[in-house]
Design a protein around this ligand. Structure first.
Ligand code: AMP
Ligand code: MG
Length: 415
């Protein structure tokens, strides 16, 4: 039975919580000009230094009036007011406005305190300085009130928040030129394996191109980290030891791929035990069973499996959330949805399965999902074709056609 053979494997939920409780933010705060702060984690709460908007202003091009003057305005009995001035954006009106008077006002212009409502210019008729209205406005119509968006002193973004494209203009509207963020995490990366060749070179017999480093570097480049590329390291105890020691001196996190299994050339685990510590290295997940988490003197270590699909799945599912904590980010909840599986999926109970899958909305508006076909951990095209993981819980057996399954659409890191 699947369960008994998987007894020594750690469930993914337990692995994630063990790792999260073993790490905390290691990055100090730096100041960056706002335009460069995209994607960084805020190092402090951001309190609004002003009211936004800072003054009552018009939401329309039109005429600012006292509602009381137009109480009786209707199509049958229009009411005319005298135009006494204008308020343009950046050029306010400073005079008095008395009952029976109005001013021309533009979008964003200061609303004088003597008036309370704005009537759209399309709703009036004008003859010289006589403006005629055929409707009573609602009190405060088309007026944007001071502080209706943000109040001075209000916390608008919290420490740890990842600055998005949507946050940058928000901070600009507060006049903030410099932002305190956590410095990027430094991540050293290397691939291990005698069979690996760098792209751009011809393969000899038995060799393959090192693709895992490209998975890791591409995904990390979406995370705003500083990448230190150590290239390919041979399946050699001394070489691996040297690479790990050097990486540990330079980085906060060391990520390797390959060499964490139980093969005769899998030295990473052994070396890690000598110069650091291993917290765990076998998980109840598929793909990705041999995933090692440990610590070096200064850094945190993730040993990804060599198989390319396993390397990417474990990087995304396990290493990324932990790196987010190390870099000072709030851990964002993962988006998981329910979808109808369009075919039978074979699975034995025991490990959480991350099948590569494609979701879409069918003609009836129902979310449906199908796998990309062959799910071998070396079949990397399955990763490239898919747009989500079909997450099959550890205890689950075969999925029947039409059964509801959980899917996890890829987030921005994967695209
Ligand atoms: P290992 O975990 O070292 O036993 O490797 C498992 C499988 O993944 C083997 O077929 C390796 O050739 C392959 N592999 C290991 N490292 C890489 C890499 N960097 N890029 C592509 N395939 C790899
Ligand atoms: Mg190997």
């Amino acid at each position: 039975m699947g369960c008994s053979k998987n007894q020594s494997l750690m469930p993914i939920e337990q692995a994630l919580s063990k790792m999260q409780s073993a790490v905390s933010n290691v990055c100090h705060a730096i100041n960056l000009p706002l335009a460069q702060a995209l994607g960084y984690a805020l190092a402090t709460d951001v309190l609004s230094p002003l009211n936004v908007p800072s003054f009552n202003n018009s939401a329309m091009d039109g005429y600012a009036v006292l509602k009381g003057d137009l109480k009786k305005a209707s199509k049958q009995s229009p009411v005319s007011l005298t135009l006494v001035g204008q308020s343009f954006a950046g050029a306010p009106y400073h005079g008095k406005i008395k009952s029976g008077e109005c001013i021309r006002i533009m979008t964003g212009a200061v609303m004088p305190k003597d008036v309370d409502s704005v009537v759209m210019q399309e709703r009036i008729t004008r003859h010289d300085d006589r403006i005629t209205f055929i409707q009573t406005p609602t009190l405060g119509d088309n007026v944007r009130l001071a502080a209706e968006d943000m109040c001075k002193g209000q916390c608008v973004l919290k420490k740890g928040h990842k600055l998005s494209v949507r946050d940058i203009p928000l901070l600009a509207s507060l006049g903030l030129a410099d932002i305190s963020v956590f410095r990027p995490l430094k991540v050293a990366v290397f691939s291990s394996g005698d069979e690996l060749k760098n792209i751009g070179h011809t393969l000899s017999e038995g060799e393959i191109y090192d693709s895992n480093r490209y998975s890791i570097i591409a995904l990390l480049s979406r995370l705003n980290v500083e990448i230190i590329d150590f290239g390919i390291v041979k399946d050699d105890r001394v070489a691996i030891r040297e690479a790990l020691l050097l990486a540990d001196q330079q980085a906060d996190v060391v990520i390797t791929s390959g060499g964490v299994s139980v093969g005769d050339a899998d030295f990473i685990k052994e070396v890690l035990i000598e110069i650091g510590s291993i917290v765990f290295w076998k998980l109840a997940i598929k793909p990705g069973k041999p995933f090692a988490f440990g610590k070096l003197t200064h850094s945190v270590f993730f040993g990804l499996p060599g198989n390319p699909v396993s390397a990417m799945v474990t990087l995304y599912q396990l290493a990324v959330p932990i790196m987010a904590t190390l870099a000072g980010f709030d851990v964002a909840p993962v988006l998981r949805l329910q979808a109808k599986c369009s075919h039978v999926v074979k699975k034995s109970p025991g490990r959480t399965d991350f099948q590569r899958a494609i979701y879409k909305i069918d003609d009836a508006g129902q979310l449906i999902v199908q796998t990309t076909g062959s799910q071998g951990s070396g079949v990397f095209s399955s990763m490239s074709q898919s747009n989500c993981f079909m997450v099959l819980e550890a205890e689950r057996g075969d999925v029947l056609q039409g059964e509801i399954v959980i899917i996890e659409p890829y987030n921005a890191l994967m695209n």
